[in-house]
Design a protein. Structure first.
Length: 293
């Protein structure tokens, strides 16, 4: 048994994927803009990920822009049959590296074709619509127009499955009336727990929830508490944070990113880390630690 198998699998679209995948965002340059310092190292990380049994890579053509997808193609094309490559549309980059909305039908169509070209694919298995109604986090508002555009591209065969990113629970509910949604990708971790109810609802409906920023938004006090638990378990803080997510709900499918093969291996080891009940209790209470306590 591959060590990743210990984390289990969950269905996304029409395939089961291992619950520990890889996020490619960090393969681009600083600020996810421009080329990496060491392209060969980025290629090596991707090849190591697949060699270790990862079957789910998350990317976007606006990483770079274009850079990350080009590196994925260089490293892994032709792709393994069991590899799910999930990408995102809905954003673009300004010349200064800023993150800008790109939600019109024309922009989404162009983004899908850019992803196809740079990844070297004829059809995208999974495209997540990244809501950009607020760049910094989910914000209420209608996503009917961009979802309708993606559904049309799906009918054309350019997209197989549709997911959502950076969205509210209401937007998920509204979207599911328009088209089939196979996953939701939002900021969620030990201390950022706004989506607890949404995670439970999606689990009941058999829909994957893909959390990003497993260590994002921690206060120094919370980081210190996590480090203490990790030290007691003989693990790294990142491993403990990932293990907590894996034990939190069976529909959580993780995509930690790194540009280092060593850190990749450390992240993958989280699949073998089983947190004892006492540690889970301490970690659950971390969200209650006040920022200025």
């Amino acid at each position: 048994m591959n060590s990743l198998d210990k984390a289990g699998t969950f269905r996304i679209g029409n395939r089961n994927v291992k619950r520990l995948g890889y996020g490619a965002m960090q393969l681009a340059g600083p600020g996810v803009f421009g080329p990496p310092k060491d392209r060969a190292a980025a290629v090596a990380v991707l090849r190591a990920a697949v060699e270790h049994g990862l079957d789910h890579i998350d990317t976007a053509d606006f990483y770079g822009p274009h850079i990350t997808n080009q590196i994925i193609r260089e490293a892994l094309h032709p792709y393994r049959q069991d590899l799910l490559i999930a990408t995102k549309v809905g954003a673009k980059r300004g010349s200064d590296g800023s993150w800008l909305p790109a939600l019109s039908a024309d922009e989404l169509t162009r983004a899908v074709h850019d992803n196809l070209r740079h990844l070297g694919l004829e059809s995208l298995e999974l495209v997540n619509l990244r809501s950009m109604l607020d760049v910094h986090g989910p914000a209420e508002g209608s996503l009917e127009e961009p979802l309708t555009a993606l559904a049309e591209l799906q009918r054309q065969g350019l997209i197989q499955h549709i997911g959502l990113s950076n969205v509210t629970a209401r937007q998920v509910e509204d979207a599911r009336r328009l088209c089939a949604i196979v996953c939701v990708q939002n900021h969620y971790n030990l201390v950022h727990r706004n989506d607890d109810a949404l995670v439970r609802q999606l689990a009941g409906d058999g829909i994957a929830y893909v959390p990003f920023f497993p260590l994002g938004g921690f206060t120094p006090l919370q980081s210190s508490a996590l480090s203490e638990v990790a030290s007691q378990l003989g693990a790294t803080p990142m491993q403990v944070a990932l293990a907590w997510l894996l034990q939190r709900s069976p529909n959580l499918v993780l995509i930690p990113g790194t540009s280092s093969v060593q850190h990749l291996r450390e992240n993958l080891a989280a699949a073998e880390l089983r947190l004892p009940e006492e540690a889970v209790g301490r970690l659950d209470r971390m969200a209650e630690i006040a920022p200025h306590a």
